[in-house]
Ligand binder design. Structure first.
Ligand code: SF4
Length: 235
């Protein structure tokens, strides 16, 4: 990944002096197009940071990533994926053993239950395959809309929706892409404002930018390649 480009100081106020919390400066069409173009420049290789080889791997890793970090999940799945290779392997898992194997990702009891449930539904309803529609995928235990969008977009290249995680939620607000607070409403705004053929890439790139530059507590606006197009809502 190329490091974000440092931009010259802007004429707009510093973050501290910007719009007070509570007001929202919506991005213009021109700003949105400029943000998407800048994301391509900054993060041409933006992709999911979970390790996976098969759609099943990615589904399992995404379920495990709830309330955890991709790095932690990748540590756990390194061994897990060599032991569990098919939907039936998860369906037939010993729950206590599986709990121990995924324990460090947190919420391991519920996650183990979900993984076994996922294995069962994939084996019994979908011939062991990960389905390719959002309606079918969201029937899988532990796979809500965000997980389904991650799997469909990343594993199959299907732009079923816009992934809204904690980073996308924060950046959508700061960048003036959505004034909403509920993920499903934010997703609707992003789907309406960002071209469909950019949904998969833009979600990955916004997550990368949130992890690397636009941090929750101390966003690095002075070193941000999106600064020229960002209304900095809430800062
Ligand atoms: S770091 Fe600052 S300028 Fe960059 S996207 Fe975040 S809020 Fe906007």
């Amino acid at each position: 990944m190329s490091p974000p480009t440092r931009r010259s100081p802007r004429s707009r106020p510093s973050p501290e002096a910007a719009e007070p919390n509570g007001t929202f400066d919506a991005a213009t069409r021109q700003q949105i197009d400029a943000v998407v173009a800048a994301l391509h420049e900054l993060y041409p290789d933006a992709d999911c940071e979970l390790a996976w080889e098969t759609p099943l791997d990615l589904l399992i890793a995404t379920i495990l990533s709830a309330q955890s970090t991709d790095a932690r999940v990748n540590q756990v799945t390194r061994d897990l994926f060599s032991r569990y290779r098919t939907a039936s392997d998860y369906a037939d898992a010993d729950v206590a053993e599986l709990e121990e194997e995924i324990r460090s990702t947190g919420f391991y009891r519920q996650k183990a239950k979900n993984l076994i449930g996922a294995g069962e539904i994939l084996r019994d309803r979908f011939a062991g395959e990960v389905p390719r529609t959002i309606d079918e995928l969201t029937e899988v235990p532990g796979a809500a809309r965000k997980t389904a969008n991650v799997v469909l977009g990343t594993a199959y290249g299907i732009p079923s929706g816009f992934v809204v995680d904690t980073h996308v939620k924060r950046l959508a607000h700061r960048l003036g892409l959505s004034a909403e607070t509920r993920p499903e409403k934010i997703e609707s705004d992003l789907m309406a404002r960002i071209p469909r053929d950019e949904w998969i890439f833009a979600a990955h790139a916004l997550i990368w930018h949130g992890r690397r530059v636009c941090h929750a507590r101390r966003p690095q606006c002075g070193d941000c390649g999106l600064a020229d197009h960002c209304p900095r809502n809430g800062l």
